[in-house]
Design a protein around this ligand. Structure first.
Ligand code: AKG
Ligand code: FE2
Length: 560
């Protein structure tokens, strides 16, 4: 349920379905929670204008959610489990106060507990109030204005100044007649009052006894929050605003300082935000060299062996990191210049993406690999699946909820993504963007040599790859982060390896070096015969021991 696209699980379920005696009701979702099941069904009905059904399900969800909330709150009154207890050694009164505050905070946090969808980590904002917003609209649609008004009044308990709801309230009141009194639901009134009293006590404690309180609700009125806490809240909001601003200003572009480079499509032409297609990032001969690297690495029998794709059984999937390529080159298994070209091509792409999306801010590599997807012959008829299911690169896409959850196991620190294509001699394999629902395709890009597609890695850019039904599609997949702490360590190791080798080459001028991306000297010769393995292996180890913060274990990572 939480991972509907998980290939292995999908296949397992299909297998179980084929077994004798297994019926559809034999499958039970052990993570299902009554209020979430009702809520999602209700929202689905609501979205397709089935308001009668929506009302039933949303009322059920509300009832179940409030019951779950009570259960959760009751469990807060357990023994005090504070590890710092011994260190502080409080007196009796302090201990009583601290315990009581802990119980109050725990009760408050229950809102997050019930508002978190099973399998998720972050809570849905305004879960309870949003029920009343949906319900007032749905009740009005089915002609029950008395209940619509009651729901609007209940919503106003949370947000008494909400202008649009106040307007609706006025409308309902006029419709019902001035003589009819409209009141909020009593249980919701009590719920809000109780919660406010708890918050008041907690804020008092925070102000006078110290500690912190992360208020789980957005609707808490400003008056309740002490000045010191308000300041913190404002700072958080400002930080959030600045972060959003970054994403909302696609027009501020930096210079593109590579000759020949063209912008083929921008966000507007790609029907979205923070998307771009560049062409002529690589020459034909550079693509050929890197493709040769992919082919040679495939033949090494090392970790680049074609495995079944993690996304589809109809394709083989091969990935090679920059460091691994250089190590293979050191071992003589692939051409050194090709491996170096992979490093240079990824650096060129990084500069382009940085200058386009984050001028003035350093973009760091988060992960890079050369990846090929090869159609498995004879298994392509009636293929319904994708080469890469629709996803976002830094959050967990939830097409039903139309949300993207920035939480583990997503690579949350990825800020921008790039894919530098190397060839077009295959069938299928176009990259496509969709809306958050993962089905409405908004733009499509056909790979070709030297084409770089770049986009922000969040929920604004869900994307997938159509099935590759013939041939082999190779690309350099690149992910970038603005966070220096998240910068890829392997990259430093790869760069150090190149530097070391370049220095060695300087001492032997007869072994001429390929100077990289602007050299149009054509496709380089075939890889040299492998050198003695023992020597290069010892070199590698030496490098690792010189730089203690770098990973000691050298391996190809699977991070896609
Ligand atoms: O290869 C592509 O076009 C896209 C691949 C992708 O989206 C990914 O690896 O996350
Ligand atoms: Fe992706």
């Amino acid at each position: 349920m939480a991972n509907p696209q998980h290939l292995q699980m999908r296949e397992d379920i299909e297998k179980y379905q084929r077994m004798a005696g297994v019926k559809s009701d034999s499958f039970r979702d052990l993570e299902a929670v009554p209020h979430w099941r009702a809520y999602e069904t209700g929202v689905q009905h609501y979205k397709v204008d089935e308001y009668q059904e929506a009302v039933v399900k949303l009322e059920e969800s509300l009832k179940e959610a409030l019951l779950a909330l009570e259960d959760c709150r009751a469990l807060c009154e357990g023994p005090w489990e504070d590890e710092t207890e011994e260190e502080i050694q409080p007196g009796l009164y302090e201990a009583v106060a601290a315990h009581y505050i802990q119980v109050l905070k725990c009760r408050q946090q229950c809102v997050l507990d019930i508002a978190t969808k099973p399998g998720r980590v972050s809570a849905t904002e305004d879960f309870i109030p949003s029920h009343f917003d949906l319900l007032q609209f749905a009740y009005n649609q089915v002609g029950n204005q008395a209940l619509a008004a009651e729901c609007a009044a209940s919503y106003l308990l949370f947000y008494p100044m909400d202008e649009s709801m106040l307007e609706k309230m006025k409308y309902y009141q006029t419709e019902l007649g001035e003589g009819v009194s409209v009141t909020a639901r009593e249980n919701i009134y009590h719920y809000v009052q109780q919660s406010l009293k708890e918050k008041k006590l907690i804020y008092y404690a925070v102000e006078h006894l110290g500690g912190t309180f992360n208020d789980p609700d957005l609707w808490t009125s400003d008056e309740l929050i002490p000045e010191s806490q308000k300041q913190k809240r404002r700072e958080d909001q400002e930080k959030q605003r600045l972060e959003n601003l970054d994403v909302e200003q696609p027009e501020q572009r930096g210079p593109l300082f590579f000759e020949g480079l063209t912008i083929t499509q921008d966000s507007r032409q790609l029907n979205g935000s923070q998307r771009v297609v560049f062409d002529r990032v690589l020459t034909d001969s550079e693509c050929k060299d890197i493709l040769r690297l992919a082919k040679a690495a495939g033949g090494t029998g090392d970790s680049y062996r074609g495995r079944r794709s993690p996304h589809t059984p109809h394709e083989r999937f091969e990935g090679l990191t920059v460091l691994k390529a250089l190590q293979l080159a050191q071992d003589g298994a692939v051409n050194w210049r090709d491996a170096k070209l992979l490093l240079q091509a990824s650096e060129k792409s990084r500069k382009i993406v940085q200058s386009y999306f984050t001028p003035g801010k350093k973009l760091h590599f988060s992960f890079t690999h050369l990846v090929c997807r090869t159609a498995v012959e004879g298994e392509q008829d009636d293929r319904m699946d994708l080469s890469h299911p629709v996803h976002a690169d830094n959050c967990l896409l939830d097409p039903e909820g139309k949300e993207c959850w920035k939480e583990p196991p997503a690579y949350m620190y990825r800020d921008y993504s790039g894919i530098l294509y190397l060839n077009d001699d295959f069938k299928g394999g176009e990259l496509f963007f969709t809306e958050l629902n993962a089905v409405t395709v908004t733009a499509q890009v056909r790979p070709k040599c030297g084409r770089l597609v770049a986009f922000s890695s969040g929920g604004e850019n869900p994307h997938g790859v159509w099935a590759v039904t013939r041939g082999r599609r190779c690309a350099i997949a690149l992910w970038y982060t603005l966070s220096q702490e998240r910068a890829e360590q392997e990259r430093l190791e790869a760069e150090a390896l190149v530097k070391q080798r370049d220095m060695e080459q300087e001492k032997q001028p007869e072994d001429k070096q390929h100077q990289g991306l602007d050299d149009s000297g054509g496709t380089s010769p075939e890889p040299p015969v492998p050198k003695e393995r023992a020597r290069s292996t010892s070199q590698r180890h030496k490098l690792g021991s010189e730089s203690p913060q770098q990973p000691q274990e050298l391996r190809v990572r699977d991070e896609f």
